[in-house]
Design a protein around this ligand. Structure first.
Ligand code: FA5
Length: 342
């Protein structure tokens, strides 16, 4: 075994003295010094020896190992130095193309809306995605037995509060941040809140379990429906062009009174009727209304002094319309062929 070790050492050193590229150095490392290399093999065989012999040859093997590793490290240092500190392969090979990332179309629309609303003096706020039942529903006038809760089923967290109730859930809308913002900043208040929402949906081309909304809230003295209408018009014209028209139709949301659905004239057919608007000429995009007095109270604001407006856009839907995307599920697909188009 001593001879074997001696031969391995000599072979290694002889070959090392002729190495002139990092590839050859690497080959040598693999052959002799790696976990499955020849030196490891010999070390492995040591366990079959006994007593003094094992100690002698073991000592020699360790000394050879240290010597070869030191020589190897030194050879690598010299090679690196010769190539200017960098280890190079073939410098004549074409370089690797660095692929640029793309912004998701949802982010593009979100950025446009943030630019618009900050230019109008709105703050951009954030809120928790893991929300309490109280903020997501009760404080927004959806008491625990309110039938309108059925419209927004979500994912509940398996955790009980001190009263033994499950009260943590993934938020279904950005509206709970209305309450948090009112409590934190009081009135007057101007804010938008973009963010991710979750619903227990059977997904299809228009419905996802995870999607984005952007909430808007404005609280001040004498806020009225005309103010709401003008904000929704500004958004439509900014995103879809100056000729975009707005239509508001009544819709029930427990946290606004009166509530409505905002619809824009179809950007594709200009209101004549087409495939995108299902021949109606209008596209339903936003839920909105004047903030219910109970919600202002839950936010710590006196409804006798202040009034407010609120709206909630579906960001995925806005992006679908702006970029003619025909399936909402593409946004979360991670499909580069889709994302690279924007
Ligand atoms: C709401 O969520 C209300 N919070 C909006 C609101 C805010 C009303 C403030 C009044 C005042 P709604 O459930 O309609 O409303 O959802 C709003 C928008 O979110 C929809 O128009 C749609 O664009 C988007 N949306 C809702 N569910 C989904 C889903 N499963 N997948 C993709 N987008 C969705």
């Amino acid at each position: 075994m001593k001879n074997k070790l001696q031969k391995l050492r000599d072979d290694f050193l002889r070959q090392l003295s002729t190495v002139d590229t990092s590839e050859r150095l690497r080959d040598l490392e693999l052959k002799y010094l790696s976990r499955k290399g020849e030196l490891s093999e010999i070390m492995h065989e040591l366990k079959n020896l006994s007593g003094e012999l094992k100690r002698d040859i073991g000592g020699l093997a360790n000394a050879v190992k240290t010597e070869l590793q030191d020589k190897f490290t030194e050879a690598r240092r010299l090679l690196d130095k010769r190539s200017g500190g960098e280890r190079m392969t073939d410098v004549s090979l074409p370089g690797e193309k660095i692929i640029n990332g793309h912004l998701n179309p949802i982010t593009l629309v979100q950025n446009e809306l943030e630019d618009l609303f900050t230019s109008l003096g709105f703050m951009v706020l954030d809120g928790p995605e893991l929300e309490s039942d109280y903020y997501n529903f009760t404080a927004l006038n959806l008491s625990p037995d309110h039938p309108a809760r059925d419209m927004q089923d979500t994912f509940y967290i398996d955790y009980k509060n001190k009263s033994g109730q499950y009260d943590l859930l993934m938020r279904t809308q950005t509206s709970p941040v209305q309450i948090r913002a009112m409590r934190k900043y009081g009135a007057p208040l101007k804010a938008i809140i973009p963010g991710r929402c979750f619903r227990n949906e059977s997904t299809d081309a228009r419905h996802e379990h995870t999607f984005y909304q952007v909430e808007g809230i404005l609280v001040d003295k004498n806020i009225n429906f005309a103010n709401l209408k003008s904000f929704l018009e500004i958004v439509g014209q900014k995103l879809f062009g100056p000729d975009t028209k707005l239509r508001m139709r009544p819709k029930f949301f427990p946290f606004v009174e009166p509530g409505n659905n905002g619809e824009y004239s179809c950007f594709l057919c200009g209101g004549k009727g087409c495939r995108v608007c299902k021949n109606t000429g209008w596209l339903e995009i936003v839920g909105a209304g004047l903030i219910h007095p109970d919600v202002l109270r839950a936010g710590g604001i006196d409804p006798e002094v202040y009034s407010g407006l609120a709206f909630g856009f579906g960001l995925n839907r806005l992006a679908m319309l702006k970029y003619s995307i025909n399936d909402v599920r593409l946004f979360n697909s991670g499909d580069l062929k889709f994302l690279e188009q924007f």
